[in-house]
Design a protein around this ligand. Structure first.
Ligand code: G6P
Ligand code: MG
Length: 215
């Protein structure tokens, strides 16, 4: 039986991809190149520095030093957090809050498992912080998805064994991380893309507690 649900944040609880895109695009534009929203898909679930490497690759920027890269990532994050600070609970994805609440009412523990270092501010802006028994994010993990670290730490914090956890993820690397952790995975998005998941739906508004028992 399922004892815990672990949720990715970006793309599962809230759609921050558009803000990440705007901020990375601004950085690219300042450096004299551009990239598409389609390319931006590749940045989902990818850490800040790994995202920067992808963006720089699209602009054929090969000579940036580590110090320059740090400065670029900080610049991007400043723009990103300016947008994040304006977020309101209206931006919670459809059904997300209701599903997390239904888990808690059923005695199922809840956690966030995200690569984002901005997790605390995003949850605060959405007024969702109290709904999670544990929060594991980019500030507390060292290995990026598909490494299972973020989800294993979540299970540990909840005191639940991995086999009794379900992960909700919109990124391919996130679904892989869940599977590497020995957990069930519900993909949020395209069934084609997230074929490693046990089931794929297009949003938390399509998930029921009954469904979890069939995974
Ligand atoms: C999530 C998003 C990624 C983002 C990463 C790090 O995984 O899907 O697009 O790059 O978090 O976010 P951060 O807020 O730490 O820059
Ligand atoms: Mg995500």
């Amino acid at each position: 039986t399922i004892k815990a649900c672990i949720f990715d944040l970006d793309g599962v609880i809230v759609d921050t991809a558009v803000y990440h895109y705007k901020a990375w695009k601004r950085l690219a534009n300042e450096m004299g190149f551009d990239f598409t929203e389609h390319q931006n898909e590749q940045l989902k679930g990818v850490s800040r520095m790994a995202s920067l490497d992808l963006v720089l690759g699209w602009g054929n920027v090969t000579d940036a030093t580590d110090a320059e890269k740090e400065e670029m990532a900080t610049r991007k994050n400043t723009w990103y957090t300016e947008m994040i600070n304006l977020m309101t609970p209206d931006e919670i994805l459809s059904g997300a809050q209701e599903f997390v609440e239904s888990c808690r009412n059923a005695g199922i523990k809840t956690a966030i498992g995200s690569a984002s270092k901005n997790t605390p501010i995003i949850l605060a802006k959405l007024q969702l912080t109290p709904l999670f028994d544990a929060i594991v994010d980019g500030n507390s993990v060292s290995k990026a998805k598909p490494d299972p670290e973020v989800f294993l730490k979540g299970a540990e914090a909840l005191g639940v064994s991995p086999a009794d956890c379900v992960v909700f993820e919109d990124a391919v690397a996130g679904v892989e991380a869940a599977k590497n952790a020995g957990m069930k995975a519900v993909g949020i998005g395209s069934p084609k893309l997230l074929s490693e998941a046990d089931v794929v739906v297009n949003g938390l508004d399509k998930v029921t507690l009954e469904m979890l028992e069939t995974l």
